[in-house]
Design a protein around this ligand. Structure first.
Ligand code: HMG
Ligand code: MG
Length: 280
């Protein structure tokens, strides 16, 4: 199968990173990633700087990067204020990011789950009005660091809500990297009753080395888009115990070994690693 990859390191990789990466280095990072063959790069997030200080330079990052036409530069938006701040930078897509659990909505977005979904529905309306595609990234799609196991039907119901908002892609996220292949199968059994696999994607934090097992299960179900992060960077300030996203080179090496194709140029990826490693 041909697999597309969304590189999330400039956003997920840096939002909780131990090192403070200066804006110019973030721009260098995005530019180095732009030549690797990614379909999408999550460039930054327009969230509250009080909540996530490391993303406070979102506007400067979007202003400074050189955009490659074949890449969609996506940004995270938590509310309409974030959307207004992002809009002048003409993002190719936005990502809204509710969670399946009440606890994670509270910790990550300071709101109940109902308010979180209502807020993101408002953002979706704003994005539709100006024809910006919307990715819905559903945190804790199987396991929440605070509430524990999440029932597949809850995840399927939340996917339906994101579909109703008009999301053109829905990413199912293993926020802390605890979801097993068996759990992923039961999640997909429920979700695929609502959504076709070609609009789904997988976002796996690789804390316990389970990411590739889950990628395999998702591919078997027909999913062909995955998030990953160069050098395995990643984490969330509000997800205790989360380590990085699945390492991009680890993912691509696995995919090619399994006989799948990607648009990733391995030499360019190695070059990007060499550029980015000293910055982070
Ligand atoms: P709040 O404090 O309830 O918001 O936060 P508020 O509306 O009361 O506003 C408080 C202050 O923040 C105000 O400023 C607002 O103007 C300002 P003041 O009047 O006090 O000076 N403000 C903003 N400033 C800039 N941009 C904005 C914005 N919004 C408000 N967009 C809020 C609620 C949702 C804003 C906050 O909780 C937030 O920003 N949360 C984002 C948390 C986050 O970024 N988490 C990491 C990304 S999600 C993730 O990593 C998971 C994912 O990878 C998938 C997975 O792995 O699970 C996607
Ligand atoms: Mg994440």
């Amino acid at each position: 199968m041909h697999i597309k990859i969304c590189e999330v390191a400039p956003r997920d990789g840096l939002q909780n990173h131990t090192v403070d990466v200066p804006t110019d280095d973030k721009i260098t990072m995005v530019n180095a990633l732009s030549g690797c063959g990614f379909s999408i790069i999550e460039a930054t997030s327009f969230v509250s700087p009080k909540w996530v200080p490391k993303m406070a330079d979102a506007s400067a990052v979007m202003t400074g990067i050189s955009r490659t036409p074949s890449v969609q530069y996506m940004v995270l938006v938590p509310n309409s204020r974030g959307f207004e701040n992002a809009l002048p930078h003409a993002p190719d897509a936005i990502c809204i990011f509710p969670a399946t659990s009440e606890d994670f909505c509270q910790r990550n977005l300071n709101a109940t789950k109902a308010v979180t979904f209502a807020r993101f529905a408002e953002v979706a309306k704003l994005a539709h009005a100006v024809n910006i595609p919307i990715k819905g990234s559903l945190s804790c799609a199987g396991y929440c660091p605070y509430a524990g196991d999440i029932a597949p039907q809850t995840i399927a119901d939340d996917v339906q809500k994101l579909l109703d908002m008009g999301c053109s892609e829905i990413s199912l996220a293993d926020t802390v990297g605890k979801i097993t292949a068996e759990k992923s199968k039961s999640v997909l059994d429920a979700v695929l009753k609502h959504a076709k696999p070609d609009i789904l994607s997988g976002h796996f934090h690789d804390t316990h080395d389970l990411a590739l097992d889950n990628v395999g299960v998702y591919i078997d179900a027909g999913v062909s888009l995955f998030d990953s992060a160069i050098l395995g960077l990643g984490g969330c300030p509000f997800a205790v115990g989360a380590r990085g996203n699945v390492d991009t080179k680890k993912l691509v090496t696995y995919l090619h070994a399994q006989g799948h194709t990607t648009d990733i140029d391995m030499d360019a990826l190695t070059h990007a690693e060499n550029v980015i490693r000293p910055l982070v």
